[in-house]
Design a protein around this ligand. Structure first.
Ligand SMILES: Cc1cc2nc3c(=O)[nH]c(=O)nc-3n(C[C@H](O)[C@H](O)[C@H](O)COP(=O)(O)OP(=O)(O)OC[C@H]3O[C@@H](n4cnc5c(N)ncnc54)[C@H](O)[C@@H]3O)c2cc1C
Length: 376
């Protein structure tokens, strides 16, 4: 039995355990992650047969709407001081619907300061997790599919038991999982009877109304390309996004001058189920490959290298970016059921981006630290 189980080792889950440690929280923590390592949507794709290859296939950067303040500033300054992140001032440009280079379009993700993980984005979550200290046991490759609450203890897939629980993603709490994963029930709703914790009832009601966009990210390996004059991100204008179904291209130069290229493909609304997914992956790969030659025209080095591009497949980000509204911050901690939420889908500054994910973790750590789980 642990004091706290945290599901998800993305930015917010890892920042939460680091923040609890900084606050001197004494409880034991079990961090459970479905993926092979920490990072979540700020993870890095590696290849077994090629240990020099690294590709930031989700978020290429930590975006902020404004210079971080207070505890968030301390966190960023600490990561920068230990060279886990560096300011991301690499050029960002735009491309229009006729394939012409233009200034980068306005976008919230480009509106304020940005930082990059060094050498890769996954380093950020790895470093935060290391700050969690010895009280944290992290387990990877464990997808939690069932939750049970007996009135005081949480019981999770894999025989894990905890006095309190935090979900850093919406998977176990949102009806979208039913179609996507073929589940019969929303696990968190099933675990706690309606009325046991009115805060949780209100939170689940809000979560059911949340929406998120899907991304189909095509990952490519290009041969050695001189990347000196190449931008880091190429954003499509609204008209170009409409025409090509692509949000942006992200370039990831490798140590040996090969180039990683991620094409962030937009969703076309097709229903994703375990049965439809293989065909959808094939279709998006083909469409994104076809769009590329128009989109890289202004950069001859890229255009020339495209003929030798090798596809490393498409990654589907099921809830790439939360849309419209988030879970109210006052419902982040439901005290009766001892369940909390963090992630970029919590309403507030930096909603839908790295800033919001980190801030939500700091806010939740404050609530949990005040609530002494071990004593109750
Ligand atoms: C393609 C893409 C581009 C983006 N670009 C930018 C950008 O330019 N700038 C920016 O600031 N942000 C960007 N973002 C958003 C940014 O990546 C997120 O805001 C941030 O990574 C969210 O962190 P998180 O911890 O909230 O969630 P996540 O990273 O999603 O972490 C949740 C973790 O929980 C795990 N998990 C969920 N359910 C379970 C379960 N049942 N069992 C076990 N594990 C589970 C998941 O595997 C995941 O690792 C982008 C995102 C995507 C997908």
């Amino acid at each position: 039995m642990v004091d706290l189980a945290v599901i998800g080792a993305g930015l917010s889950g890892c920042a939460l355990v680091a923040a609890l440690q900084r606050r001197g929280w004494k409880g034991s923590i079990l961090l459970l992650e479905a993926g092979r390592g920490p990072g979540g949507r700020c993870a890095t794709r590696r290849r077994r047969e090629d240990d020099r290859w690294r590709l930031d296939h989700g978020s290429p950067t930590l975006s902020f709407t404004q210079a971080p303040q207070g505890e968030l500033n301390d966190l960023i300054a600490g990561l920068q001081g230990s060279d886990v992140i560096r300011p991301d001032d690499a050029p960002v440009v735009g491309v229009d619907h006729l394939g012409r280079q233009v200034p980068s379009p306005d976008h919230l993700l480009l509106s304020g300061p940005r930082w990059r993980g060094t050498p890769t984005m996954a380093t950020v979550a790895e470093a935060l997790l290391a700050h969690g200290g010895e009280a944290v046991e992290a387990r990877f490759g464990e997808r939690i599919t069932t939750l049970r609450h007996d009135g005081s203890v949480w019981h999770l897939t894999g025989g894990h038991h905890a006095r309190a629980l935090v979900l850093s993603g919406t998977l176990l709490a949102h009806p979208r999982s039913l179609a996507m994963l073929g589940w019969q029930h929303v696990p968190l709703r099933e675990a706690v009877a309606v009325g046991f914790d009115p805060q949780l009832d209100a939170a689940l009601h809000q979560i059911a109304g949340l929406d998120a966009s899907v991304r189909w990210n095509l990952m490519l390996e290009l041969p050695k390309v001189s990347s000196n004059h190449l931008p880091r991100q190429i954003w499509l204008t609204a008209q170009a996004q409409e025409r090509f179904g692509v949000e942006r291209l992200v370039l990831h130069p490798q140590q040996d001058q090969r180039l990683g290229l991620v094409v962030h493909g937009l969703d076309d609304g097709a229903v994703i189920t375990p049965d439809s997914q293989p065909e959808l992956l094939r279709r998006h790969e083909q469409q994104l490959m076809e769009a590329l030659s128009d989109l890289v025209q202004p950069w001859s080095a890229l255009s020339n290298a495209l003929a030798q591009a090798r596809s490393l497949g498409v990654m589907r980000w099921g809830a790439a970016q939360p849309l419209h509204q988030g879970l109210s911050a006052d419902l982040q901690w439901c005290s009766e059921a001892r369940v909390g939420f963090c992630g970029d889908w919590i309403a507030g500054q930096g909603f839908g981006m790295a800033e919001g994910a980190l801030q939500s973790a700091l806010n939740l750590a404050e609530r949990i630290a005040c609530f002494s789980i071990a004593e109750t």
